[in-house]
Design a protein around this ligand. Structure first.
Ligand SMILES: C[S@@+](CC[C@H](N)C(=O)[O-])C[C@H]1O[C@@H](n2cnc3c(N)ncnc32)[C@H](O)[C@@H]1O
Length: 426
């Protein structure tokens, strides 16, 4: 299959509500894979602008419900404007594809528009000032953030993020070896990392990829050696690996068999002991479980609106309604946790969402109906790093952690993320 056709298909799929969870094809070379990924990401990040450009050069505006030829044209327009592909190659490739996927007019339609766009490329690029966020997506943030905050979140969400790595130990040694920067939470940040499997010691399993924000949830737990931890919603296992690395006795549960398999593969590369793994719905498990745990980690299913830097498709397929659905799912799981948590135990809750209904407000509501739970304020000392004070901007008055894409902006930002640590009374 042609690489542009794959990019077009991945782009279309990623716009469906299920989102895009990466793709694998062993027949595609690493170089082609990188091209496809860059083309899809660029198309998603620039989609609103690209549609505007197409409307300017087309006699008919793009329809609300786009047809395959329109999706293809958006991808072609992204390549024409943001890649160095010669005009004849861009036009010929997309015209050939249009003839394959569209109707008898598609080839001519794409030919006419792409030619005009290629001719006018310099002027078009100079005039680009169309926002990344759609109106529908903006509504999610308007509930919780000021216009100024939304602009900052938008500015840093559209950028390609650096690669963050969590190491088992010897942070400074690995920062040097991986040619990265040691961040104040002991994550190692690599700018322009390239192919992950080509980085030093990938196969030796001394480190794994994990956004700095996401790595901080488990880092707020101290001295957990030998403690019984239930990791609900565990796959693909970034936090599970941290828990195992800290010496906990982990039970990892997830509803998705496929994602659990990925987790097993990841843990095997990290040479981590086999742990108890359960494929089940968290609610059914909690309702039937007779065991009690010292710690329950709920890294809950959420709108994932904090992960826009790596998942720009989320801007095009999330609405306030999706956030509301996630709030209900999280609330249901939280409701069932108490019977499985020991008295004096810790409930660690996190979501990679920017919406406070899924974070701050969810937890405040939980405590109001479950007064046996108290907030354990998160403090910067927990992160064992001499620069950890700089994490203070992420700590809220209530003692939660609220990470935003504009935090640590000079180093490339972080994912939007929320963490709450609660203690159940004895
Ligand atoms: C945010 S991801 C977890 C990321 C993981 N904790 C990590 O650090 O790598 C949420 C996970 O919740 C799982 N999930 C969604 N609904 C669930 C349910 N009802 N019960 C259990 N797991 C669920 C999804 O399959 C997904 O793997």
């Amino acid at each position: 299959m042609d690489i542009r056709e794959i990019a077009f298909e991945v782009y279309q799929k990623s716009l469906m509500n299920s989102g895009f969870d990466g793709f694998e094809n062993s027949e595609i070379s690493t170089q082609d894979m990188a091209f496809i990924k860059r083309l899809v990401m660029t198309t998603l990040r620039k989609q609103e602008f690209l549609k505007k450009v197409i409307n300017k050069y087309s006699s008919k505006p793009m329809p609300q419900k786009m047809q395959p030829t329109h999706f293809l044209l958006v991808v072609g327009c992204a390549e024409a404007l943001y890649f160095r592909t010669p005009t004849y190659a861009v036009v010929n490739s997309y015209v050939a594809l249009a003839k394959k996927i569209g109707n008898k007019y598609s080839g001519g339609f794409i030919n006419a528009i792409l030619r005009k766009i290629c001719t006018d490329k310099e002027n078009i690029l100079q005039a680009q000032n169309v926002p990344f966020f759609t109106k529908t997506f903006r509504q999610i943030l308007q509930k919780d953030y000021t216009q100024k905050q939304i602009s900052l979140i938008e500015k840093y969400s559209v950028q390609e993020p650096p690669l963050d790595i969590t190491v088992k130990k010897d942070f400074e040694y690995w920062a040097t070896k991986l040619n990265g920067k040691l961040m104040p939470n002991n994550s190692i940040r690599i700018q322009s990392a390239g192919e992950i499997a080509q980085l030093p010691d990938y196969n030796n399993g001394e480190w794994w990829v994990q956004d700095m924000a996401s790595s901080m949830a488990v880092k707020t737990l101290k001295n957990i050696t030998g403690l019984k931890v239930l990791d609900l919603c565990a796959a693909p296992g970034g936090k599970t690996a941290q828990l195992i690395n800290a010496g906990a006795n982990v039970t990892a549960l997830d509803i998705s068999e496929k994602r659990l398999q990925t987790m097993q593969k990841n843990l095997a590369r990290l040479k981590m002991q086999t742990i108890k793994t359960i494929c089940a719905d968290a609610n059914s498990f909690l309702q039937e479980c007779k065991e009690k745990f010292d710690i329950i980690l709920l890294d809950a299913p959420c709108s994932a609106t904090g992960t826009l830097r790596r998942h720009p498709e989320i801007v095009h397929n999330r609405s306030v309604k999706d956030v509301e659905q996630c709030v209900t799912i999280q609330k249901d799981i939280l409701k069932n946790i108490d019977s499985c948590l020991k008295k004096g135990g810790t409930l660690l809750y996190s979501v990679c969402s920017l919406a406070k209904d899924e974070g701050e407000k969810q937890i405040i509501n939980f405590i109001s109906t479950n007064p046996q739970y108290k907030i354990v304020p998160i403090t910067t000392e927990l992160f064992d790093n001499k620069e950890a004070d700089s994490l203070q901007e992420m700590i809220t008055e209530e003692g939660f952690m609220r990470c935003l894409p504009c935090h640590f902006a000079e180093d490339g930002g972080v994912d939007g993320f929320f963490i709450a640590k609660l203690k159940k009374e004895k």
